[in-house]
Design a protein around this ligand. Sequence first.
Ligand code: THU
Length: 236
Amino acid sequence: MIWKILEKRIYNPYSEISQTVVLQGESGKLYAGVRIENLSFPLTMDAVAVAVSSCLSEGDRPAELFMPDRPDRLTQSWCAEFSISCTRGNPPNGELFDPVVPKGENEPLTLLKKTVEHAHVPNSDFRVAALIETDDGYVTGANIETEAWVNGLCAERVALAKTIASGIDTIRGIHIYAPKADFLSPCGACRQVLIEHLQHHPVLLYYNDGTITEYFTSHLLPFHFNSAWLKRKKRN
Ligand code: THU
């Protein structure tokens, strides 16, 4: 039944590929991981990347990964790098972790400053935090780096991935903070990923001097890559 719940959260408009995992953190919390495709295929996020970065960005440590299928190479490499044991089968019974921090509990900047501490940045030492604002609150994300730089995820994508993997579809905007940035702005890859889920939504950038600048996703990436050709033909 857990896999049925997670299958509904997969974002795969371009393929029939389904990937779901559940990661148990050292805290005992169960983090959801689902495949999140992108129109620009190489920007697709793998279920294991989503689950591991969700766990780390909460300040938790990944312990055991559960999946319905045999682990593929990418899954094996995440498990090796973060010393995660990998089990084919169901996770222990329990509620999946709900990442939403209710509004009013924290100001966005306070939450961003807490979240940035969870960034995993052995390569860059450059911490970034992001919050996806939903109707009910905020979902946090921090940048997660891997030995093979290409598998890591920016803070913006971690926050978005956690939101989607949690089955939330009331996204209102994104807040971003990087303590070491003189001028802050999301990278091109994140813009392409964000635009697929936040078409005309506010992007708020926070600076150390208390300044906030606001843009819209659609203004940050005019002429983004788009094509109806790549949409999967729905089977009846
Ligand atoms: N990074 C982000 O998290 N967001 C951005 O928009 C740009 C870059 C991260 C990725 C990597 O961990 C570090 O900053 C240096 O590139």
